[in-house]
Structure formats: structure tokens, C-alpha cells
Design a protein around this ligand. Sequence first.
Ligand code: KG4
Ligand code: ZN
Length: 336
Amino acid sequence: MKILGIETSCDETAAAVVEDGTTILSSVVASQAAVHHPYGGVVPELASRKHIESILPVVNQSLSDAGLNPKDLDGVAVTRGPGLVGALLVGFCFAKSFAYALNIPWVGVDHLKGHLNSVFLEPPTPPFPFVALLASGGHTAIYHVVSHLQAECMGQTLDDAAGEAFDKVAKMLGLGYPGGRVVSEFAEKGNPNAVKFLKAYHDKNSFNFSFSGIKTAVSRYIQSHQERYQDQIADIAAAFQKSVVDVLTYQIIRAAKEKQCFHIALVGGVAANRNLRMRVGEEAVRNNFRLYLPSMALCGDNAAMIAALGYQCLKSANGPIGDISDDVYSRGNRSI
Ligand code: KG4
Ligand code: ZN
């Protein structure tokens, strides 16, 4: 089955063709980063307009990269939520119309479940159940994943997402948007012990996170070191990154131990962070766990993960199939 995936939940217009839920025939991601960069964050109205401009060229590119015509497709999968409603609607309405015109099945899928399925697009793939840390610009949570379609949320952020904290710190340091990658590049050149920040919120009795405290600590430091902080950007980035990576690493390992589950995965944009990948990798070896990491291109938002999940929904007798009256949703559920 060849499924066209479409993703427009935030600031990437993406389309991909995936065969049988595992083989990527094409994956196109058009980033809007340049549009939002001057504002230091995503401007929802600009995102919607840019998706409208990009959706058709991106879908056409994904079909031509895969060497396919629309009539070769067996189904369409599209992100239904969570995300920016105006942005979601562009992909969702396009996918509905496209599938109806071709008379093929379509399905609206959950973006977070899409990230959890990103580990099935490259070998080795994890067996079920596995424990996954999903850390992105909009979400940070730990899931016990029992099937392609079902996952229990063990804990999640109480305020900012990890990626959002990276983006806000980048903005404070004048490093632009999106800031995760650039902050981590500075962090690699800095000394995490040169500046002292409190640890990011660490609750040993739950798997919840909070990153607003560390974000405020960075802001206060910058305010009280106005004349000097420009020379300390690498050290500030390194200390901030260590605080975030420490808590993410600690909690995913603790979650796997609690579930007695020896297969763990990192997914979402922040899973591209080299320091996080290394630290969780070291702890996985120490604990005899097996770690599954999507390649960098599959950590951030993409449509291949949406097509992979859509395949599972369309194949499964119990899987939800799209109906013309379906609508998008902006917020996620605890259990997905
Ligand atoms: O999954 P994603 O592309 O979009 C959402 O679903 O939110 O994640 C984007 C987030 C942004 O906040 C970005 O700054 C962060 O992932 N990110 C990183 C890195 N690369 C991207 N954060 C830390 N280190 C990185 N190397
Ligand atoms: Zn995402």
C-alpha cells in the first residue's frame, strides 16, 4: 500500500509517500523558518498563509520524487491535531479533497502518535511495548507505547515544552528562531559548569516536567550580567542544555525501569540534540536497554511518520477512517 502523508500542524509544510508503513519513497519538508525568524516564534496567521502557498507544490514534489502519479496511491493520511488550527486546516482540507477526487480512503491522524511511529521507518525497529520520550517544540511527554495506535502518557510537561525552552533561550541570547539547533551548537563549545543554574524541575514521584524555571533562571542571569553575557553565550547555552538533558535522561530511564521495559526511543525535534542522544545512549548501555533513534530528518516534523501511522490505521480493521464531517483539533489527549 502506497500512502501519501501530509503534515501542516505548525511551521513545516510536508508531504511524503511511504510504502507499507515502512519504506520511504519520498519525503519533502518545506520549512517556514525564514518567515517566522524575525518574530522569534511562529506567527499562526503567517503559517496558515504559507501552507496555502506551499501545499500543492510540496505534494507534487513528493509524488514526482517517488516516481508516482496520484492514481498510484492507495490512501492519504493527514495530521488532524494537535497544532495550530489554521495551519492544520490547510493540510486537512487538501487531503480530504484529494482523496475524494481520487476515490481512495483517507484518515486524519494524531501528530504525537505520528512522532511515536517515526521509529518504524528505519531499521532496527523496536518491539512493543517500548517507552518513548517525545520532546518537541509543542510537547514533552513520556509514553508507554503498546501498539502503533495506542500509547499511555506516563507524564508530560506542566508548562513549556523542552524545544520551546530551547527556542526561548535562543531568543533571549539573540540567536533567532528556531533556536534548538543553534543553542546546542553553542553548548558544544561551552563549559556547562562555568555558569550555575538550578536543575530543571525534577519530581522523583512523577514523570512530569517543567522547564519554565530554568528558562526564567537564564533570563535573570542575562539581565543581571548585561555587560558580560555576550562573551558567555557558549557557557550559558551549555549550562542550560545540561539542565534540560539531565532531567530528560533521568526520567526516560526511570520510566523504562518502572515499566520493566528494555526498549526505549527518543522522538520529536529535540531528539535531534546530539548531547541528549549521547547521554541517553550511555545510560541505555549502563542499564542494558536498547535505544532506538530516528535519523535527524525524521526527528523534526515530517510527513513520512504521518504516512506510516496512516498505513497502520487504514490496515487495521479497528483503525479510524476519515469521514467528510471530521474536523481538526488543537490540543492533545493524555492517552493517545
Ligand atoms: O518536532 P518538531 O519539528 O516540531 C514540533 O512538533 O514542535 O520540533 C521542533 C523543536 C523546536 O523547538 C526546535 O528548537 C527543537 O525541536 N530542536 C532542538 C534541536 N533541533 C531542533 N532542540 C534542541 N537541540 C536540537 N539540536
Ligand atoms: Zn512535531
